[in-house]
Write a protein that binds this ligand. Structure first.
Ligand SMILES: [Zn+2]
Length: 375
């Protein structure tokens, strides 16, 4: 008997979720659309709509034009019925952002603080999140969780940060970072989160390699819509492919890694360390910047070409670099076509859809996705 009850409950939930997802995916729908396309009876549809309205997840959004008879009401989801917070941990600051169920974002907030594996840093994170929630006047009760992205390799169970060269951290228990946060948390490697955000924003792709170029260089590989993490949770760490035997020392301690050549910290002329300044000077035609850029591009293209050769799918270029290279993008593609063995052009290379906060958004999306799949 018990089994039958649970099966009936499961079926009810499955039907309710079908109704919610149909409305989510089709934006504005009528009750008749639901009956026609979901193959459920009118009473079942009506019952589920009542429940979803009572949960505060749906609204009426006007009426459809009618060619005769009563005009049908447009039913739509309420995107900000639930919110998710995304946090990007960087070496010397964090970025916090909030997204709704449609992945629309609230303006982000940067807070400066050097990363350290300490109790006080854990408190800083929790307080920064609470402050942001207050500033944006988000009702804490509708927050699904806090997604945190971190530039490092995590253990399979995500309980331990094994190695994060850019943060100069090894073997940090995640609990130490999250224990003061009062919401549910989910932590993820930053490039994996960035790759997931790209996948989410590109409905036409099921496979992609994401190359994130900031101070640190990371990557992720998604195949059939699923992240491929490798056997040790460190797959697609493109930044640590060797590109020069015995070359420059990398933040990881080894020599000749791609990161040592294409980290944005390489883009510096004079004493000003800002990437923005480098591109201003490059644009102004400064000779020393041109020389640096020329060498930089050689390695950037080498890295991208190697990735493409291995994975044979679109490669998305993201991270801080993506913010500045719009006007050099065609040149980069031309260079890539020139060194490719199998490709005649480099249309496989795409610029990230996110100029900032990709990994914060990507990790927050995990909560939003789960909610949409299970509500
Ligand atoms: Zn390295």
């Amino acid at each position: 008997m018990k089994k039958t009850t649970s099966t009936t409950t499961d079926l009810k939930l499955i039907n309710r979720n079908k109704v919610y997802r149909y409305i989510y995916e089709n934006d504005k729908v009528s009750k008749q659309d639901l009956v026609r396309d979901l193959g459920l009876s009118l009473p079942t549809i009506s019952q589920n709509l009542t429940e979803l309205f009572e949960l505060g997840l749906l609204r009426y959004a006007g009426k459809f034009e009618s060619s005769g008879g009563r005009k049908a009401k447009k039913i739509s989801i309420i995107p900000d019925a639930r919110m998710v917070i995304g946090v990007e941990i960087k070496m010397d600051h964090i970025n916090i952002v909030a997204i709704d169920l449609r992945a629309d974002t609230q303006p982000s907030r940067r807070m400066d603080n050097d990363f350290e594996a300490s109790d006080s840093y854990g408190k800083f994170l929790a307080e920064a999140i609470e402050q942001y929630i207050r500033e944006k006047a988000i009702n804490p009760a509708i927050i699904l969780g806090v997604g945190i992205s971190i530039p490092g390799v995590l253990s399979e169970d995500k309980k331990n940060l094994i190695n994060a060269p850019t943060l100069k951290a090894r073997q940090v228990p995640i609990e130490a970072l999250t224990k003061y946060i009062t919401h549910k948390t989910f932590i993820e490697n930053d490039a994996n989160a960035g790759g997931f955000a790209e996948l989410h924003s590109r409905k036409d792709l099921t496979a992609l390699a994401f190359l994130s170029v900031s101070e640190g260089v990371g990557g992720s590989f998604i195949f059939n819509g699923v992240l491929y993490n490798g056997m040790n949770n460190r797959g697609a760490e493109f930044g640590h492919m060797t590109v020069v035997n015995g070359g420059k020392q990398c933040a990881c301690g080894k020599f000749g890694c791609l990161e040592a050549y294409i980290s944005t910290s390489m883009l510096m002329c004079g004493k000003d360390r800002r990437v923005e300044t480098f591109f201003e000077r490059l644009k102004a035609g400064e000779a020393s910047c041109k020389t640096i850029w020329e060498e930089y591009l050689t390695f950037l293209c080498m890295g991208i070409n190697n990735i493409r050769t291995i994975v044979d799918c679109d490669v998305i270029l993201g991270g801080t670099l993506a913010r500045y290279i719009g006007e050099y993008f065609e040149d980069i593609k031309k260079r890539l076509a020139g060194i490719a063995v199998f490709d005649y052009n480099a249309d496989y290379l795409k610029l990230s859809n996110y100029t900032s906060n990709a990994s914060a958004i990507g990790t927050a999306l995990r909560f939003a996705d789960e909610f949409i799949r299970t509500v």
